[in-house]
Design a protein around this ligand. Structure first.
Ligand SMILES: [Zn+2]
Length: 270
């Protein structure tokens, strides 16, 4: 069984239906990402509340298998409050962010990290080239995530292996390993979400390098699927990545770590 750590919701999905799709797809658990709160002049003061409430409702049928992540946009005025609301009051399990025209070391983002660290919950960052949102890929380069060295209790994952900056991503991840090695009591807090972005030929090549340099304990599987009620789509993503991992030389044990065990550690479940 596998855990998919990167599934988007569009809002309004039915948690019971998602549980059925997990069975169809051969998934043990799924991380469901809230809808991003919109920015703009008409943004209400409690912009995050609606998406957090909807995610909490969605995961209610089985909060073990359905793992809700809040989407926090640090540039909105209610961001820090929203972290409290999501992780405290609503019991969501982590936070997703996209550096959208702000850098990871932005003071507003740092205020959110400080709050998230108090809860000891994991984070998922979009990293790498960014489709869809206009000219903001530059804000998502992996080296900027060195700022997370200042938040050692946040286990954070860099999504999409930061493609096309996979080497930079692994080097940053290696730097967190070194930090853990030189600082007693500090864990290796950086993870790499292997969610697609890179075309297959790059992905196989990058995973080979990742296994050689980082080993197989920090990599986690995600699909970046936008259809949590579509078991067939989730299953297809999983099959594709199983085949890519095999081509990259993953043993059965490595496969189990990447597809399931490492995610449990990142999520703080075991
Ligand atoms: Zn995504």
């Amino acid at each position: 069984m596998a855990i998919d750590v990167h599934v988007h919701t569009r809002g309004g999905e039915d948690g019971n239906r998602i549980l059925e799709t997990l069975d169809e797809a051969g998934l043990e658990r799924v991380v469901l990402l809230a809808v991003p709160p919109q920015r703009g002049e008409a943004t209400p003061e409690d912009a995050h509340k609606q998406s957090i409430d909807d995610t909490a409702r969605m995961v209610a049928p089985d909060a073990e298998r359905l793992i809700g992540f809040a989407w926090i946009e640090p540039t909105l005025s209610d961001a820090v409050e929203a972290v409290d609301y999501a992780l405290g009051e609503k019991g969501l399990r982590g936070v997703k962010m996209i550096p959208n025209h702000w850098y990871p070391a932005d003071e507003r983002a740092r205020a959110c990290y400080a709050k998230i660290e108090e809860y000891g919950k994991p984070m998922l960052f979009h990293t790498g080239i960014l489709w869809g949102v206009s000219d903001t890929s530059q804000h998502c380069r992996p080296a900027f995530f060195e700022i997370m060295l200042h938040y050692p209790k946040i286990r954070f994952a860099m999504a999409h292996m930061s493609w096309p900056w996979t080497d930079e991503c692994f080097a940053v991840c290696g730097k967190f390993r070194a930090a853990a090695g030189s600082d007693e009591g500090r864990e290796w807090s950086s993870f790499v979400d292997i969610t697609t972005g890179a075309p297959r030929i790059w992905k196989v090549d990058a995973l080979r390098k990742a296994f050689a340099y980082l080993g197989d304990r920090q990599l986690i599987y995600g699909s970046d699927c936008f259809e949590p009620e579509n078991g067939e789509a989730l299953r297809r993503h999983l099959e594709e990545d199983r085949s890519i991992l095999r081509d990259a030389g993953a043993s059965a044990e490595t496969m189990e770590r990447v597809l399931s065990k490492n995610a449990l550690r990142w999520l703080g479940i075991e």
